[in-house]
Ligand binder design. Structure first.
Ligand SMILES: *Cc1c(COP(=O)(O)O)cnc(C)c1O
Length: 395
């Protein structure tokens, strides 16, 4: 039976539910774990002196990552933001273009758009996937776009709307069928921000393989890490070659000559980071099952608590459960701050979702649709401790 004593006790009950799973010791939000061949690969890297931008681990990481995600090419880079920057550039995003992105995402999604000289155009999010609300977006685009020579023009700003960048929030795949159809109908290039969703799939296909070109991240807080790192993912051979070229200062291959045929970037992932990546990738299946096990433990702990729901992977999807998430019901949204205060005071790291990017001063002039869904979600989402090792009941 669902019952609680008094509503004022609600934050305390949330603390107890989390403690049933994580125990009484402090629990951080997400910590990396190195339980495979990390030391061996790093030693090999140092012994060989190949620690920088060439080396066998970069090549190996490229191949293993592409194979894992099910794309033809993966280009490892220094971080996920850099991956997204280059992905957008190669998708044809030009200065003065608009790019549709969710308002409910990490700031990197918008920054990468801005690095291209383009303007983020904020769109709403839905409750079932925490990603772009495709239905609302379609109606909105019908009302604000004119098609001119097959290109979507924002009839309010007169700018080209070039691309759409879904982000798979906390690892949960967005509505990719819906997004693909929007991308087709409005001629928008689909670029996935798959920074949080390595290991997540939609109808059996890995996230990051749907976009013309996509980006993922291996930052320290992600499901697997290379210290800092990211990768560009694509099935397109030409784009893959350009990605490699552009991320290695656009230097034309030559034994001794320095010849650069465009303004490139020094974004290549060093071998030493790729060594970590190779070892981490080998452990990804195990980490995913630990994170799923943790989901079931949280599910049991939260099942009998009204007013709050543990977020579950959307239908037809397999999520990596990167950050476990509870969502307050509207009736309990007023407890958000108290829950954050109480959990953190007891050493349980919890976080609200990001402040909507549309509310940041740096993006205050960016166009946006009505953000009712995203606003409501951002007042009700709480991320709870999610490290894969927690599932073993390290209490
Ligand atoms: C982590 C993340 C990135 C990229 O982050 P880096 O720290 O640059 O690797 C991009 N978008 C989202 C949504 C992220 O969570």
């Amino acid at each position: 039976m669902k019952e609680i004593k008094t509503d004022s006790d609600f934050p305390g009950q949330v603390v107890s539910a989390i403690r049933k799973v994580v125990g009484t010791k402090p629990a951080v939000l997400h910590e990396p774990s190195f339980e495979g061949k990390e030391w061996a690969y790093l030693k090999e890297c140092l012994d060989s002196t190949y620690v920088s931008s060439v080396g066998k681990f970069v090549d190996k990481f490229e191949t293993s990552l592409a194979e894992y995600v099910g794309v033809k090419y993966a280009i490892p880079v220094v971080n996920g933001t850099a991956a997204l920057h280059i992905a957008l550039k190669l998708a044809g995003v030009k200065p003065g273009d608009e790019v549709l992105i969710p308002a409910l995402t990490f700031v990197a999604t918008a920054n990468a758009v801005a690095y291209c000289g383009a303007i983020p155009h904020f769109v709403d999010s839905e409750e079932i996937t925490l990603g772009i609300d495709v239905k609302k977006l379609r109606d909105y685009l019908i009302s604000i776009t004119d098609m001119r020579s097959g290109i979507s023009i924002n009839n309010k700003t007169g700018r080209v709307i070039r691309a759409i960048v879904p982000m798979h929030t906390f690892g949960h795949p967005s509505d990719l069928d819906g997004l693909l159809s929007i991308s087709k109908d409005f001629n928008l290039v689909l670029v996935e921000d798959a920074a949080e969703s390595l290991g997540s799939s939609y109808k059996g296909r890995h996230t990051g393989s749907f976009g013309l070109i996509s980006a993922t991240s291996f930052n320290g807080n992600k499901t697997i890490t290379t210290g800092g790192g990211g990768a560009i993912l694509t099935n397109d051979e030409i784009l893959a070659k350009q990605a490699k070229h552009l991320t290695t200062t656009a230097k034309r291959p030559h034994l001794w000559e320095y010849d650069h045929d465009e303004i490139g970037y020094n974004y290549r992932m060093p071998n030493i980071n790729a060594a970590l990546g190779c070892a981490q990738l080998e452990q990804l299946p195990q980490k995913l099952s630990q994170k799923r096990e943790l989901y079931f433990q949280y599910f049991k702990a939260f099942d009998s608590l009204p007013g709050i729901k543990l977020f579950q992977e959307p239908a037809n999807c397999e999520s990596n459960y990167w950050l476990h998430t509870v969502v307050l019901e509207e009736t309990h949204a007023q407890y958000l701050k108290t829950i954050l205060e109480q959990t953190n005071r007891f050493g349980i790291s919890t976080r609200p979702s990001w402040k909507l990017l549309s509310e940041l001063t740096i993006y205050q002039n960016s166009p946006r649709m009505s953000l009712i869904g995203a606003t409501s979600l951002s007042n009700r989402i709480i991320n709870i401790p999610s490290s894969s090792r927690l599932s073993r009941g390290t209490k």
